[in-house]
Every structure is written in structure tokens, then in C-alpha cells.
Design a protein around this ligand. Structure first.
Ligand code: NAD
Length: 485
């Protein structure tokens, strides 16, 4: 069976302890590969390798780092089909989605930050007194050193590279941990990094569980910053451990995102995109619009059309071209989603479509599939509407006024993303400005420009990724003040 090994100091190697964990294919429910079960000894070796690589890598001109990163881009693009297939097998998402979204975005992340790092400029400020320049200040942005990047399972290579690319582009060296649930494409990428000639130690990828690998990364004194994407509870744990060491933290956490549909919306567009926002990637995207609020005059029509259109989604083998909804990432997550459907029922919810496991015959008979589920008749403040389910489950509710829907939308502990559908320009801007959310989409969903800041408010996290924000995060700012008169 294939073994997924660590990438440390430029080599692929098993964990020091020599143990492996099972890695499952969600579509079949079977173990198909083994993951290095690393621990703090592997982290120690990785940190030493990253420290050794830092002086030369950080001193290399940005143009030369650009050349190396662009070779990685070419190799990811060359292997697009193989990486997309691997992502699908490992995660349960459809091959089509991995080919269209995940893998191209991994290449874009490296391309974007390879070029962006060449445009990162330092500022200078003149200090004047009595009309004359007294001092010149300039701000140096220097790479932090060794940094830690920890990523989740839902968009495996997409989010892993979203963290690693800015860190190494700006001159840091990295100890990174992909999710133990979906480690395969990170392993494949480590081979591409070797082929691209990335100097040994610049990127070290250590596989294994959160407690044995993630926690030692957070606890290591020589790791200067942690860029983390994952659940809010894990984020709390990381913040608690990192704060006494004054580490820089970027925490991209959970969401429970409102999708607000006003009666004056472009109806067909809102209907189509609402389905995509709720069920793309099996609803396993932190930005999914899982709480759908529809203005009362169009509520019944929209609800009925939406339910009919969700009923047309085909749940099936992620390998099949005509599958819309693939497998749920793990048995544990499958159980969690099903427990929320049961909770919705207890809370008085009416299941309009779905609500059951989907049984797919053939090769995928043992896989973890759930029918896309739409639930109505729930209060905005019940647990089903406040807790992150992170699966193919959406609730739908009518509202009467803008004030009311804003209060409901903002009533959760999360504040990651929100969507607003209206053709009324003033209302669009007004509602966008009042939503407690790091990202607001008006008349669209998941339209991303890599130059824009990305991140959440409230329990959805701290810090911003994207654009120059991420490059700045991985640097320390130093002001140099030179008196000239
Ligand atoms: P998770 O928090 O369980 O795991 C994320 C990563 O952290 C994994 O690599 C895991 O091994 C590691 N980890 C676990 N415990 C750790 C610890 N104590 N110390 C250090 N690392 C530890 O999250 P998940 O289940 O993999 O991902 C789903 C969650 O991610 C959802 O809540 C989703 O909303 C969130 N998410 C957020 C964003 C965003 O941009 N805000 C994007 C994608 C996913």
C-alpha cells in the first residue's frame, strides 16, 4: 500500500517513530494508503532543517525565488489531472471540481505570491521640524524566519498552498502540516518541490495528527508565526498556547454564513447561485451559505423552486462526470452531519428534501454519502441555525424587514462570509456595511480576487490572508530612523 512520508530537509522520509496511520477513500470507505504518524521529534528535525535553510533563502533576490516558485507552478499544471484525481480519491469531492477549482487554484497561489513578492516595497517617512527635514525613517520588512502553516481537509492543496506560497515567496522557511484526513496531494507536491529544485529545508511537510504534529508546531519556540485554517475550537487551543510566546497568529476559522435574498433580486441568478453556495463541495466549504433567508413576498415560490432544483443534484461516485455531490470526507464527519439532521428534527424542523444517507451501488457501496438536505420551519436562533454543520445541509427561512434579517444574520458567533441578493443599489451597500462578516458577496458567491483581504470577524478568526496582507504577515517591520539635521 502506498506510504505518505514526510518531506524534511529536501528528502522524503518516514516518521522517526516508524508508525503509520490509515488513510481512507471516502467514496468507498476503504483504507487505500498509509500516512506517516509523526510526532515532536519529526517537528524538531524539520525546524532544524528550516533554520539551516533560512539565511540563504531569505537573502536570495526575490527574482530568484520567483524562478523557483514558477517552476513549481509549471509542475502543478503539468500534473493537473493526476493531482485532481488524487484530491478526489482522498477527499471525496468530485474530480471535476478538483480539476476546475482546487488544483488550478494551488498553481495560482504560487504564481500570485511569486510575483507579489517582487512588488513588496518598504515605506519611508520624512520627519520635519520648523519646515526642515530633521530625520528620514524607513520601514524594513524582513522575513520572520521559520513559520508554521497548518491546514484543513476541505480544500486540501488549495488551502495548504495558500499559506505556504506567501511564506516562502517573502523569504521565510516553513514547517507545514496538511490535514491527516487528506494528506495525499501535499505529499505529491513535496515530490514536485524536489523536482523544481526548491532548496532543501525551505519547505518541510510533516504528516500526522493534530495533537502529535500540529500542537508541537504551535508550541515550538523557534517557530515565529502560525498561519492556521481549521475549526474554531482548534483555533482557540492554538491561540491559548501561542499567546504566552507572543507568536504572530493568523487564524481562519469556522463559519455559519447567511444568504439573504430580497424580493427584488434577479430571481434565476439567485436561485442558481444559492444552490451552488449551499452544496458545492458537499457543503464542506467554510464560505457555504447554509442559512438562507428569503423575503416573504417570494418565500414560497423561491422555496419550492429551490427544493425542486436541489432534488435534481446527482449524488454519486466522485469519479463520474455527471456527479454533482460526492462523498463526505470521513465516517466521523458523516456521523456529525447526520446528528445535526436529527437535531433539526428535534428542534421542529421540516425536511423538505434529503435528510438521509445516500446509498450508491457498485464500487462506492461502502462510501459515506448524504442527500442534499433543505430544512424549513426552524427559528433563526436554534442550534441548527447557530452551529457549523459543514455538510450538505441548508436551512431556509422567511423574513419581513431588512432590520429583522440583519439582526438574524448577525446573531451567530461566526462572521466569515455573507451573500446578499438585491437589485436595489442603496440597499446592497447598506446591508453589506452592516453585516458582521469578513467577506460580503453581492449578487454572486465565492467570486475571489487573490489581491483582496480574506478572513473572518468574531469567532471566524483573526488576521487577513490574501494580497499583500499575507506577505506582510510573514514579515517583521523594523523602523530605522536616521537623523540628517
Ligand atoms: P480542524 O481544526 O480539526 O483541523 C485543522 C488542522 O489543524 C488539521 O491539520 C489538524 O490536524 C490540525 N490540528 C488539530 N488539532 C490541533 C491542535 N491542537 N494544534 C494544532 N493543530 C491541530 O479542522 P478541520 O476539521 O480539518 O476543518 C474544518 C474546519 O475548517 C471548519 O470549521 C471550517 O469552517 C474551517 N475552515 C475555515 C476556513 C477559513 O478560511 N476560515 C477555510 C476552510 C475550512
Amino acid at each position: 500500500m502506498q506510504r505518505i512520508d514526510n518531506y524534511i530537509a529536501g528528502d522524503l522520509r518516514p516518521a522517526v517513530g516508524g508508525e503509520y496511520l490509515d488513510n481512507y477513500e471516502p467514496a468507498t470507505g476503504a483504507v487505500y494508503s498509509l500516512i506517516a504518524d509523526s510526532d515532536e521529534r519529526d517537528i524538531e528535525t524539520a525546524v532544524i532543517a528550516a533554520q539551516a535553510a533560512f539565511p540563504a533563502w531569505s537573502a536570495m533576490p526575490a527574482e530568484e525565488r520567483f524562478e523557483v516558485l514558477m517552476r513549481i507552478v509549471s509542475l502543478i499544471e503539468r500534473d493537473l489531472d493526476a493531482l485532481a484525481l488524487a484530491e478526489s480519491v482522498d477527499n471525496g469531492k468530485t474530480v471535476a471540481l478538483a480539476k476546475r477549482l482546487d488544483i488550478p487554484r494551488a498553481a495560482s497561489n504560487f504564481r500570485f505570491y511569486a510575483t507579489a513578492a517582487m512588488h513588496l516595497a518598504n515605506e519611508s517617512h520624512e520627519t520635519t521640524q520648523a519646515g526642515a527635514v530633521q530625520a528620514l525613517n524607513y520601514t524594513l520588512r524582513q522575513p520572520l524566519g521559520v513559520v508554521g502553516c497548518i491546514s484543513p481537509w476541505n480544500l486540501p492543496l488549495y488551502l495548504f498552498t495558500w499559506k505556504i506560497a506567501p511564506a516562502i515567496a517573502v523569504g521565510c522557511t516553513v514547517v507545514a502540516k496538511p490535514s491527516e484526513v487528506t494528506p495525499m496531494t501535499a505529499f505529491m507536491m513535496s515530490k514536485l518541490c524536489i523536482e523544481a529544485g526548491l532548496p532543501p529545508g525551505v519547505l518541510n511537510i510533516v504528516h500526522g495528527t493534530g495533537p502529535k504534529v500540529g500542537a508541537p508546531i504551535v508550541a515550538h519556540r523557534d517557530i515565529k508565526a502560525i498561519s492556521f485554517t481549521g475549526g474554531t475550537k482548534t483555533g482557540e487551543d492554538i491561540a491559548r498556547k501561542a499567546a504566552p510566546m507572543f507568536k504572530k497568529l493568523s487564524l481562519e476559522l469556522g463559519g455559519k454564513n447567511p444568504n439573504i435574498i430580497f424580493a427584488d433580486c434577479d430571481y434565476e441568478k439567485a436561485l442558481d447561485e444559492t444552490r451552488r453556495a449551499a452544496f458545492a463541495n458537499q457543503g464542506e466549504i467554510c464560505l457555504c451559505g447554509s442559512r438562507i433567508f428569503v423575503e416573504r413576498p417570494i418565500y414560497e415560490r423561491f422555496r419550492d423552486d429551490f427544493v425542486a432544483s436541489v432534488g435534481e443534484l446527482k449524488v454519486g461516485d466522485p469519479m463520474s462526470e455527471d456527479t454533482d455531490v460526492g462523498a463526505i470526507v470521513s465516517k466521523q464527519h458523516f456521523d456529525k452531519i447526520m446528528s445535526y439532521i436529527a437535531l433539526a428534527d428535534e428542534e421542529g424542523g421540516r425536511i423538505l428534501t434529503g435528510g438521509r444517507p445516500a446509498h450508491i451501488e457498485g464500487r462506492t457501496a461502502g462510501g459515506w454519502f448524504i442527500e442534499p438536505t433543505v430544512i424549513e420551519n426552524l427559528k433563526h436562533d436554534c442550534r441548527t441555525n447557530h452551529e457549523e454543520i459543514f455538510g450538505p445541509v441548508a436551512t431556509i427561512m422567511p423574513f419581513d424587514t431588512e432590520e429583522e434579517v440583519l439582526e438574524w444574520a448577525n446573531s451567530v458567533r461566526y462572521g466569515l462570509a455573507a451573500t446578499v441578493w438585491t437589485e436595489n443599489l442603496s440597499r446592497a451597500h447598506r446591508v453589506a456595511s452592516r453585516l458582521e462578516s469578513g467577506v460580503v458577496w453581492v449578487n454572486c458567491w465565492l467570486l475571489r480576487d487573490l489581491r483582496t483581504p480574506f478572513g473572518g470577524v468574531k469567532d471566524s478568526g483573526v488576521g487577513r490572508e490574501g494580497g499583500f496582507e499575507a506577505l506582510r504577515f510573514f514579515t517583521e517591520e523594523k523602523n530605522v530612523c536616521v537623523r540628517i539635521s
